[in-house]
Design a protein. Structure first.
Lengths: 224, 244
């Protein structure tokens, strides 16, 4: 593949993520802490917990992924790297895609791998573990892709945090519906094929569209 | 053509007629609908809120597309006026969505026995309201920093791609949960006596939408062009005419 920009950004961002290891754990700790709130706030009864577990795990993972979006372009924007990236003679689409993939690798992927452990703590039935991981693996990738649009749109604003959430959450709703439904179906012993297919379609669609819109938004953010 | 100044001048001539038409059609629609249309066989008089609810919901949906399309025009062809339309359409659309939700809740109480249920249509309206709010919030944040409006236009555009997906997914979600206790069964075909005032109300709401859009666009144009000579001239003329 003749895509130097894509590979260079992928390598650079992964390297940066490894160098700042401390930040990697933050979404995971957030995920963990909020899950710990649920029995405290609702009920420690394992039967009731197991009923709400799929939805709660999904909502919390969604929020953890959302909160980590803030930093997606921020540092590169602040120190001028982003402007240099945009003027590179390389397709911006693939460079944005690389950044989004790295975001997913450092947030969505560990969240999905951690999820069964937290599922166990919320007494999610064992049949739900693999579908939970699978739905989160695909789902958080979609969330990262959609979220990159929001992160790019709010880039030049000073008060990103909550604004970003307000903009992005409505677009997350379909992912939440199908993601948590997949787990519910698996727990009930039904086939997960249809939500899985739809999640796959959503992933394909957002892979196609999101990096492009994000590129437009980044250009707007920098050149007005 | 299509310059803000040209629009300001021509819309100034349209506005009195448009306002008059809006006023007349809404007054006729309200009096006919509330006073003279026959009662519903099952819902009695409470069905009459349809004369506000349905037109507001119509325009809430149409308004999103008007906003997004004008946003696209503003981004692609860089037409100033389209940007003004986009900015003015957002709060009007959000208000209409809110009215649709509110009248729906008021209507829901006597017919369904509850103000709110997580019905597919209500939920998608609520999400539409959130989408509007996102656009408005982004606009406000950008204009507070003196930056251009294009990010909000882009967001509105992304929303149009997503609206069908969101609607379909909410539909799917709702059929999965099957509350089944409450079901909204609309009369298959409305009696013409009930439908005619509704049609007039819908026309009235369309006119109202256009009027509100023009009024808010004019204010926005004056604000944006406040440093140009024609606006200064306009302000001076007004000052002379006004008996102080």
């Amino acid at each position: 593949m003749n895509n130097i920009g894509f590979l260079a950004i992928l390598r650079r961002d992964l390297l940066l993520a490894v160098r700042y290891r401390g930040d990697l754990a933050n979404p995971l700790i957030f995920f963990f802490i909020v899950i710990a709130l649920i029995p405290l706030g609702l009920t420690p009864d394992s039967k009731e917990l197991s009923e709400i577990a799929p939805g709660m795990l999904w909502i919390t993972a969604l929020l953890a992924s959302l909160l980590s979006l803030d930093g997606l372009f921020k540092d590169d924007f602040a120190d001028g790297t982003l402007e240099q990236i945009i003027i590179l003679p390389q397709p911006l689409y693939f460079m944005v895609l690389a950044k989004t993939i790295v975001h997913w690798v450092v947030t969505g992927l560990p969240l999905s791998l951690l999820a069964p452990v937290l599922g166990l703590m919320l007494s999610l039935p064992e049949t739900g573990y693999l579908p939970l991981m699978l739905s989160l693996l695909i789902g958080t990738a979609i969330l990262s892709l959609i979220g990159s649009v929001g992160a790019a749109l709010t880039l030049p604003l000073n008060k990103e945090g909550i604004l970003l959430s307000l903009i992005v959450i409505p677009f997350y709703m379909p992912v939440l519906i199908f993601g948590s439904n997949m787990v519910v179906l698996a727990v009930d012993g039904l086939s997960i094929a249809s939500p899985l297919a739809i999640m796959g379609a959503l992933l394909a669609l957002s892979l196609l569209i999101s990096p492009y819109v994000t590129s437009c938004a980044l250009r707007l953010s920098i050149y007005g | 053509m299509a310059s803000p100044r040209w629009f300001y001048q021509i819309s100034g001539r349209w506005l009195p007629w448009l306002s008059l038409l809006t006023f007349v059609s809404i007054i006729i629609g309200v009096i006919w609908g509330l006073g003279f249309a026959p009662q519903d066989a099952k819902q009695g008089n409470s069905f009459r809120i349809i004369y506000i609810h349905v037109p507001a919901s119509f325009l809430a949906l149409v308004g999103y597309y008007i906003m997004a399309i004008s946003g696209a025009i503003a981004i692609i062809w860089k037409i100033k006026l389209a940007d003004v339309v986009m900015k003015s359409a957002a709060p009007i659309g959000a208000s209409l969505t809110f009215i649709a939700l509110l009248t729906g809740a008021v209507w829901g109480k006597p017919t369904w026995g509850t103000y709110w249920i997580w019905d597919a249509r209500i939920t998608s309206m609520l999400i539409l309201f959130f989408l509007y709010l996102g656009v408005i919030v982004l606009q406000k944040a950008y204009s507070a920093q003196g930056l251009s409006n294009k990010a909000a236009a882009l967001l509105a555009l992304v929303g149009t791609i997503n609206i069908p997906i969101i609607y379909k997914s909410v539909d799917w979600w709702y059929t999965l949960h099957q509350p089944a206790t409450i079901k909204f069964t609309e009369a298959p075909s409305m009696h013409p006596d009930m439908f005619q005032p509704l049609l007039i109300m819908i026309i009235g709401f369309y006119l109202f939408y256009v009027t509100a859009l023009i009024v808010s666009m004019r204010a926005e144009i004056i604000f944006r062009e406040r440093n140009t000579s024609w606006v200064k001239e306009l302000a001076l003329n007004l000052k002379d005419k006004r008996p102080i």
